[in-house]
Design a protein around this ligand. Structure first.
Ligand SMILES: [Zn+2]
Length: 238
């Protein structure tokens, strides 16, 4: 089975340039984004791998050193997004940025909310999650709504609760690129909020998606699914 998946490329990490300075790294079914600038690299989410090896391999492919990774920005504390945080901190010395709610959960080694167990998918995710433990890790810097980080000419931090209580997104206004984490996911060329099974609060998720749609992003880099170009008309409508 693993051999078949390997042949199809599913277990391999891929790196692909999306826009100037922005690279997509895939970790099986999760998307990570590497922002590459002369003064250092920034990673958005760390994927499933506990050792961060895929990220380090891709950094090497870009002829950069592990220590060039200066920041790790986290959208939320689900196992598929924070797997390699601790390992990457140790290897690279990068500072980890997270919302306080998500940071607390990460320090305790669990997600920041329960799945909805009244759905089959919710029960399945809970079961799979119990096998996908991640090493607890601490955040170094707190993310809050309205911050602007000195990345890509000014990376706006947006509170986008719904999928999880402390979910954060990032908007590079100079490039029109939104990093939506799981607040908006990409499926069949369209953008939508996450499934009820793993959504903490659907009303807040819809409100966050409305906020994100209003940004005028041209490109949406979501936590799952293909990157969506010409995103203007593809946001969910509520
Ligand atoms: Zn996810």
């Amino acid at each position: 089975m693993a051999q078949e998946l390997l042949k199809k490329g599913w277990l391999q990490s891929v790196i692909m340039q999306i826009a100037p300075h922005i690279y997509l790294i895939t970790d099986i079914f999760v998307n990570l984004y590497l922002l590459v600038e002369d003064d250092g690299l920034t990673l958005i989410d760390t994927g499933i791998s506990k050792d961060g090896r895929k990220v380090l391999n891709q950094i090497a492919q870009l002829s950069r050193a592990p220590q060039d990774l200066k920041r790790v920005l986290l959208t939320h504390c689900d196992r598929d997004h924070v797997g390699g945080v601790e390992s990457l901190k140790v290897t690279t010395g990068a500072h980890v940025y997270a919302n306080p709610i998500e940071a607390q959960a990460m320090a305790e080694g669990h997600s920041s909310r329960e799945m909805h167990r009244d759905t089959l998918t919710g029960r399945l995710i809970s079961l799979v999650s119990s096998f996908m433990k991640f090493p607890p890790a601490s955040a170094d810097e707190v993310l809050h709504d309205g911050m602007v980080l000195p990345i890509l000419g000014g990376l706006r931090v947006l509170a986008t609760p719904g999928h999880t209580p402390g979910h954060m997104s990032f908007y590079a206004s100079s490039l029109g690129v939104l990093f939506s984490g799981d607040s908006i996911v990409s499926q069949n060329g369209l953008l939508q909020i996450s499934a009820r099974a793993n959504t903490w609060d659907e009303a807040q998720a819809r409100e966050s998606a409305r906020t994100e749609a209003a940004l005028g992003a041209r490109i949406v880099c979501a936590g799952h699914g293909p990157v969506v170009m010409n995103a203007g008309t593809k946001f969910p409508k509520f």
